[in-house]
Design a protein around this ligand. Structure first.
Ligand code: DHB
Length: 396
């Protein structure tokens, strides 16, 4: 088996890359370790930056997004019993789109299959080899533990296989720098069959911790609360979740009421930051979670993955067309500029809005001071809004 680009991982990064490469006349094979149903039902974040929306339009995966996605002009920060609106549209001229990663992934899969282009599910990658040569390869087993073993030869391998995927290990350990931060709390996330209580997202620093009110549609609420690390989602009764959300979102003037409804999904997400450098070794390029993880606050994970593959598709398109390596050589540095900006933004949003259980009062005052500054300064709000809606490459 042979292709131009072997893509390990059929999440949004790998699939989007395959589409962008196709538009540039470059062939690829996408190998995904999980079955299709698993990829299509995984609950992740739901905010698309302007640039991510553009990329979905470019590849033609925009029809359902335009029909069902919810454009948002702003969001609210809530603390000390009051709210501050950040009007992204007014401050930056751009808005974001609420459209779940799960739906993005479904559309990218359907489009790939419509094109009749190779996308292999249940393909467990056993080894990524020879990335220091001009003919790297990927060995994989297809269809379970007694499935057949294949070797896919390529000009380039892209590791878009998440933070626990095998691709990253093909870079020799002594060449890798790894940066990591583990946060001392997790998110308990719910989906509920009830209309959102606010027409925009609300990020709250409540007395007992963070809460986020989001949505998936006009009739489905998505919400999160900060919980201790190691929390079992089933240890939280539905009513206790609603009570806690209600307390954390409460406004002093009593003007906010949280609507409750049947909870259809509960899960706990740990929070960490991770960056591995470089994002390229020889003919192996890493993209998305394989190279970096951000905590969910601010929803940068998917957007970073799409930003990576936009840069990478440009670079590989150029190289296959002309053999000019300039963009390819710049890929890691270019992508990492955005990765570090988003890592800082996600860290800022996280630490500003969560209550650290180890309770340093100094940190608490810093967080409140940052919120006060955002409340009183338009330039502080603009800086936050620019990061939230995503920055252009030149502004990173
Ligand atoms: C959602 C998740 C986020 O992390 C965020 O910042 C905003 C929205 C969500 O799942 O809807």
């Amino acid at each position: 088996e042979r292709t131009q680009v072997a893509i390990v991982g059929g999440g949004p990064a790998g699939l989007m890359l395959a589409h962008l490469l196709r538009l540039r006349g470059v062939d690829s094979v996408v190998l995904e370790s999980r079955p299709r149903e698993r990829v299509e039902t995984r609950q992740r974040a739901g905010i698309l930056e302007h640039g991510t929306v553009e990329a979905l339009r470019e590849v033609g995966a925009d029809a359902r997004m335009d029909e069902l996605g919810l454009p948002h002009d702003g969001f609210e920060l809530r603390f000390a019993g009051r709210g501050v609106r950040v009007d992204m549209q007014e401050l930056t001229g751009e808005r974001v789109m609420i459209w779940a990663q799960t739906e993005v992934t479904k559309d990218l899969i359907a489009l790939r299959l419509d094109h009749g282009e190779p996308l292999v599910f249940d393909a467990e990658v056993l080894a990524v080899s020879d990335v220091e040569t001009d003919s790297p390869s990927v060995r994989y087993r297809h269809g379970g533990s007694d499935g057949e073993v294949h070797v896919l030869h390529a000009d380039v391998v892209v590791g878009a296989d998440g933070s626990y995927g095998p691709s990253r290990r093909a870079i020799p350990e002594h060449l890798v720098r790894r940066f990591e931060r583990v946060y001392p709390y997790s998110w308990l996330g719910i989906l509920a069959d009830v209309a959102p209580s606010s027409h925009e997202l609300v990020y709250a620093r409540g007395r007992t911790g963070f809460a986020l009110a989001s949505m998936r549609s006009p009739s489905v609420t998505r919400a999160y609360i900060q919980v201790p690390n190691g929390t079992d989602p089933q240890s939280w009764a539905d009513e206790a979740i609603w009570d806690e959300l209600s307390a954390r979102f409460a406004l002093d003037d009593g003007s906010f009421t949280l609507s409750r409804g049947p909870i259809t999904d509960k899960s706990v997400t740990p929070m960490r930051s991770m960056v591995t450098e470089p994002m390229r070794h020889g003919r192996l390029f890493l993209a998305g979670d394989a190279a970096h993880i951000v905590p969910p606050t601010g929803a940068k994970g998917l957007n970073l993955a799409v930003a990576d593959v936009r840069v990478l598709a440009e670079a590989l398109g150029e190289w296959f067309a002309t053999k000019d390596e300039t963009l390819m050589d710049a890929y890691s540095d270019t992508a990492l500029r955005r990765v570090w900006r988003a890592s800082h933004f996600s860290w800022t949003m996280t630490t500003m809005l969560h209550v650290d259980p180890d309770g340093d009062p100094f940190d608490e005052q810093l967080a409140l001071s940052h919120l006060h500054h955002i409340e009183s300064s338009e330039s502080a709000r603009r800086a936050l809004a620019e990061n939230y809606r995503g920055l252009a490459l030149g502004a990173l």
